[in-house]
Design a protein around this ligand. Structure first.
Ligand code: KIV
Ligand code: NA
Length: 265
């Protein structure tokens, strides 16, 4: 595999080749994730929960993401490296530019990810105008868990589905080059994926997105908490972590993951 770029990913979408994404937080796992053929690695603020043992992603700081992005960057060979912008680190476009600058210059990220729709359009425009590729994130927004009243499926009623579709198109128009959809009914995720030019990566968003992402520790079954329903543990049936990662990439590529059991209607 040669270096994966935003151009590679657009081409994969056009050729209907599924994009395999996983989170990673350190150099050793990154090397295994690369060996398995994952195209995109995300240093997610999920590290707050799976690495730091926090209750939510809210306590994660920019310094934490910079540190883990540096670790991942040292183990990376070809994958595109995305870093999450943590809670309250992009409350204005100006603050977002400062945060993204640190994630890219100090951390070594190639793209930054932020949560939210209409409220983020100006920020997305400013970031992309400054040469910073942006991955947007709609559906369940873990940084808004207290506002949402829990981790639950989003876009179930007509009005919220309409708003999500509108937000997705606006984010693309503002310059976003990738979109993550989390905990969204499969049909809505399919509609959004089909209506956008940019790759849409699903997590709990059904099989018809352009790619899939999971939290690494969840798909290896090593998180002590009960994982969300859309998570599949790929360790059973594998002889090693490396083999479990290969099974995940294969399942994403052939479209067998997620199945109905790991999706929402
Ligand atoms: O923080 C994270 O790991 C994420 C993915 C689950 C999309 O945002
Ligand atoms: Na995240």
């Amino acid at each position: 595999m040669s270096h994966v770029t935003t151009a590679t990913l657009i081409q994969m979408k056009q050729q209907h080749e599924k994009i395999a994404v996983l989170t990673s937080y350190d150099a050793s796992f990154t090397s295994l994730v690369e060996d398995a053929g994952v195209e995109v690695i995300l240093v997610g603020d999920s590290l707050g929960m799976v690495v730091q043992g926090q209750e939510s992603t809210l306590p994660v700081d920019v310094d934490d993401i910079v540190y883990h992005t540096q670790c991942v960057a040292r183990g990376r060979r070809n994958a595109l490296l995305i870093a999450d912008m943590p809670f309250m680190s992009y409350s204005s476009a100006e603050q977002a530019l400062g945060t993204a600058g640190r994630l890219m210059k100090d951390g070594g990220a190639h793209m930054v990810k932020l949560e939210g729709g209409a409220t983020q359009l100006e920020t997305v425009g400013q970031l992309t105008a400054n040469g910073i590729p942006v991955c947007a994130h709609l559906g369940l927004l873990p940084q808004s868990v207290h506002k949402l009243g829990g981790y639950r499926v989003q876009g179930r009623d007509d009005e919220s589905a309409r708003i999500m579709k509108e937000d997705a198109l606006s984010l693309e128009a503002a310059g976003a080059q990738m979109l993550v959809l989390e905990c969204v009914p499969s049909g809505l995720a399919r509609e959004i994926s089909e209506s956008l030019e940019i790759p849409v990566i699903g997590i709990g968003a059904g099989p018809d997105c352009d790619g899939q992402v999971l939290v690494l520790y969840d798909m290896l079954g090593i998180t002590p908490r009960q994982p969300p329903r859309f998570v599949k543990n790929f360790m059973p049936g594998a002889n090693s972590i490396a083999e479990a990662l290969e099974h995940y990439v294969k399942a994403v590529k052939e479209g067998s993951f997620p199945d109905a059991e790991h999706s929402f209607k």
